[in-house]
Design a protein around this ligand. Sequence first.
Ligand code: MGD
Ligand code: MGD
Ligand code: SF4
Ligand code: MO
Length: 702
Amino acid sequence: MNEPLKQLRTEFRACNLCEAICGLEFKIEGPKIISIRGDDADPFSRGHICPKAVALKDIHEDPDRIRRPMKRTGKDWQEISWDEAFEFAAGRMAALVQENGNNAVAFYAGNPSVHNLGHLLGIQQLARLLKTRSAFSASSVDQLPQQLTSLLMFGHQFMIPIPDIDHTDYFLILGGNPIASNGSMMTVPDVAKRLKAIQTRGGKVVVIDPRRTETAEIASEHHFIRPGTDAALLMAMLNVIRSEGLMKPNAALPLKNLDQALDAIAHITPTIAAASTGIAADEIKRLARDFAGSRTAIAYGRIGACIQPFGTVAQWLVQLLNIVTGNLDREGGTMPTNPVIPITGPGTRPGHYAQWKSRVSGLPESGGEIPVAALAEEILTPGEGQIHGLITMCGNPVLSTPNGRQLDHAFESLAFMLSIDIYMNETTRHADLILPPTSALNHDHYDLIFNAFAVRNVTRYNEAFWARPGDERYDWEIFSGIGAKLAEKLGREFTPMPALQHIIGGMLKKSGNREGTTMESLKAAPHGIDLGALKPSLASRIETADKLIDCAPAPMLADMQRFNRELLDSAPKSLHLIGRRHVRSNNSWMHNYHRLVKGKARHQLLMHPDDLASRGLISGQVIELSSRIGKLNVPVEATTDVLPGVVCLPHGWGHDREGARMAIASAHAGASFNDISDDKFLDAISGNAALNAIPVEVRAAG
Ligand SMILES: Nc1nc2c(c(=O)[nH]1)N[C@H]1C(S)=C(S)[C@@H](COP(=O)(O)OP(=O)(O)OC[C@H]3O[C@@H](n4cnc5c(=O)[nH]c(N)nc54)[C@H](O)[C@@H]3O)O[C@H]1N2
Ligand SMILES: Nc1nc2c(c(=O)[nH]1)N[C@H]1C(S)=C(S)[C@@H](COP(=O)(O)OP(=O)(O)OC[C@H]3O[C@@H](n4cnc5c(=O)[nH]c(N)nc54)[C@H](O)[C@@H]3O)O[C@H]1N2
Ligand code: SF4
Ligand SMILES: [Mo]
């Protein structure tokens, strides 16, 4: 009678869906997931969970999820064997390389690859084999300005100072909405409680955002800002701090060129900044004095201060604000982590910048990648070095990167396209071959990257719940399968990847099994291991050639001319479009689960009632939203939560493209933000797409 109960087992695992890496408790019976809840015994996430976690079951069981290789046959698709698939993919790619050179085959790596170690390492392996300069990723619609700032100031692209949220007295958030996103470039499960705790201990959370967001709602202060103008605010704050003698840089940090940096921005007074930001000069002064006067403080800039026209300058100024107030590399300020598997230091890749430029628009490479805004033109523009073949991996650039309609067109023109993905969606429908890795729950999990960006030093390894079914493949097996055949055809070296446990075990040994962390100790601690709060360590870890922090990198100083010309001389003439996230969504790919999309639609355009009235429009009607690139129709909703002059639309929707096979998503299509975002509207230094602050117009549809 108790037979079925005997099979019921409990498993623990970090959630792989977003950067918060919450610990989850699964009840499993045979092949079935019975329940998913937050793991109270996880020392880091302490039982926190969000609505997406339960959708791990839906993803695992989704009938639309692809399980076997799919080859295009005209308008149809045919299931083929793995061996046939590897042979086909390698054959086509080898031919393109042999005929047109290495750069003719490009790849684009998307966001979930960072949450999937087998995939991440597979991409690196494939990149080494392909030797292509046509490398693209979601980084250039995301955190590239932050990585570049770290490279130029600290000498390593991954030396990211992380907010010490649990010990700070003042948390200044520019362009981040952690209550919806659960935090980013700051792995922070349970962020709501941690933000509350700042206020409970007498500190402040201050949000700078063109929208009164969910985070603004619970903050101590919210200031509306005009999109794209954070740099002006930060310059003025720095000038107040300097002119009022409030500077107190951390004496332990070896700084250079600080005066040069401050001189370059000295002309931006609070009055000037007020004119471009819309924040009153007196408020700017008070913000600066409060920040500098706090015992400890954090300046943190995220998506809204990255994917905008002055993203890199803004990130540089965020670091300068932390530096001049002594908050860089101190408890309660920001500090780099010290993970047991380091991603900075000896043997890691510090990155490089502008060592070559993209062929068509001359955009600078960063760490070997070209900004994804250039992907379509590199495919569509004939000539030496043109892209003829593309591999997308864990990515949906048609919905996630600028000018998606142009990408649709470009992908149709490719000689060969391979997608390593679990869905036939807006991007992968263009592929000649789709190779689906097995479900995330069927493979082991280790957060190499998010451990390194966490607000405490943490580590954990979780084993697969089930071995993969015989006719499915792990991500790393797919890369090894293609790699072996491609290497043979190109006459190149190739070593297949071992299983993840061996790789992680080896990495731990290499870093000296620090804190006693071995593969065995990790396996014995399925709830994860907390290795303590962040500690100052940056001073001895700087990787610039002279081991000094460069406060005035040349590209930032050079971009001041553009700043003076464009930002200060242009009063807002049109409306400006910004994005938003919702806790029950995740970029473009999690709209195929009933429990996440049910209820009121969430993909409407938000607009201030005054802006509607001045155009004779009413809340609820369908409007036409247009930019230099194109137009789309979408329902509009009036709200005073956005600044007048600002309209707000989430990205990742637009599931009505023909040929995708995601039934629930297509029934909740929405419109794609990136159908009208501009592949020429960029952060000039990094080439990162400016997907916020886009000039747009709104009128009645039809
Ligand atoms: N307008 C606007 N655009 C934006 C943003 C914005 O704020 N505004 N944000 C940008 C940001 S921050 C990011 S990171 C990008 C994201 O851009 P992308 O990474 O290109 O897009 P995603 O929507 O994350 O698509 C993930 C893809 O991975 C697939 N996938 C999911 N799990 C797995 C898996 O386990 N294995 C494999 N092989 N595939 C899997 C999904 O089916 C989907 O095709 O979007 C950017 N685009
Ligand atoms: N639920 C959910 N969680 C997610 C994701 C998701 O899609 N859904 N995506 C994940 C990914 S890939 C990432 S990178 C992170 C991103 O994490 P966050 O950076 O927290 O992302 P957003 O919620 O988009 O917050 C960006 C904020 O910037 C504001 N903003 C726009 N333009 C400007 C500007 O010019 N200046 C200022 N100051 N603010 C501006 C927007 O109004 C918005 O509130 O979230 C991750 N977590
Ligand atoms: S907050 Fe992120 S990591 Fe935590 S349960 Fe939700 S999706 Fe998973
Ligand atoms: Mo992202």
